[in-house]
Design a protein around this ligand. Structure first.
Ligand code: SAM
Length: 285
């Protein structure tokens, strides 16, 4: 037996479930599922199956269905249970609750009503993909699913252009080729990227390359399974001295030395002082 019955305090316990391999469940998640007074889930069938695999008995408890969009009624039932002093476990179908999954409204309202809210944490596709992609992880931006329609998708990608970190997207296999094409068109062909597929499962795969490489790879190909896409941040182009000199000469035709230096340093996002010195020299010439 991998779990222990424990005495849980009153409160809401978010429970992370595996993203593929059933044995990725944590022992603490099993303890919480075995011990909570009330169990709720995004997908009651998959949670029942997971509990069966790990031999966690329901002992007369019914798994309640809950999505944020199931509305105030379903949420009310869970909040009533908390009010009555019960412990409630809530699991989403896969991975961490709230990460492109339900639970936000429930957690927020439970906390607002003064209940303890905690989590038995576990796998999440976004974090596993970051670990494998070979892209910087010092800063990242989880952007969830992009819009389905290409126009809206490109607008959203454009809004993410300047994010100073690795971009992380969830994508469906049906749209991944179109999505990579739009990413390369909007962000440029050369950004490094990765496609992580079927993580923790039999056909786990990581493809790394530029956006252009990956888009070309997938053009006309059918891909199956669950996918995370990652794209490196933009690296500002290197500016050479002659570009700066040219820009300053141009600016000096119509501006004072001071204003020309301001303009050019803002244009290239460079410190003003050396640009001002150069403008001074050019202005005298
Ligand atoms: N809550 C989950 C988490 O923490 O990762 C995400 C749920 S979201 C509804 C489902 C999406 O996550 C999939 O469409 C896919 O983009 C990604 N995903 C989930 N499991 C995955 C896996 N094993 N491999 C790759 N991507 C996965």
């Amino acid at each position: 037996m991998n779990f222990q019955k424990v005495r849980l305090g009153v409160g809401l316990y978010f429970v992370a479930t595996p993203i593929g391999a059933a044995r990725d469940i944590t022992l603490r998640a099993l303890d919480v599922l075995a011990s909570a007074d009330v169990i709720a889930a995004e997908d009651t069938r998959s949670l029942r199956r997971l509990m069966e695999i790990h031999g966690v008995p329901l002992e007369g408890r019914r798994i309640q269905a809950y999505h944020d969009h199931s509305g105030a009624g379903a949420r009310g039932k869970i909040l009533d249970a908390l009010q009555q002093g019960k412990s409630v476990a809530y699991a989403s179908e896969a991975g961490m609750p709230l990460i492109a999954d339900p639970g936000y409204d429930l957690g927020r309202q439970a906390a607002e009503e003064g209940h303890m809210v905690t989590c038995a944490p576990g796998p999440s596709a976004a974090l596993m993909a970051l670990t494998l992609a070979g892209l910087p992880t010092d800063a990242f931006f989880f952007a969830g699913f992009l819009p389905n329609a290409s126009g809206a998708r490109r607008t959203r990608i454009e809004a993410l252009r300047e994010v100073p970190g690795t971009l992380v997207f969830y994508e469906s296999p049906k749209r991944v080729a179109a999505c990579l094409f739009d990413l390369s068109q909007v962000l440029g062909d050369d950004r490094q990227a990765a496609m992580c597929r079927e993580l923790t499962k039999k056909f786990e795969e990581v493809r790394r390359g530029t956006l252009a490489d990956l888009a070309a790879d997938l053009r006309g190909q059918t891909v199956k399974g669950e996918i995370v896409l990652l794209v490196d941040r933009g690296h500002s182009e290197t500016v050479n001295e002659s570009d700066i000199e040219e820009a300053l000469k141009h600016a000096l035709e119509t501006h004072s030395v001071r204003d020309a230096a301001d303009l050019v340093s803002q244009m290239y996002k460079l410190p003003r002082r050396p640009i001002y010195q150069l403008a001074l020299k050019l202005g005298k010439g």
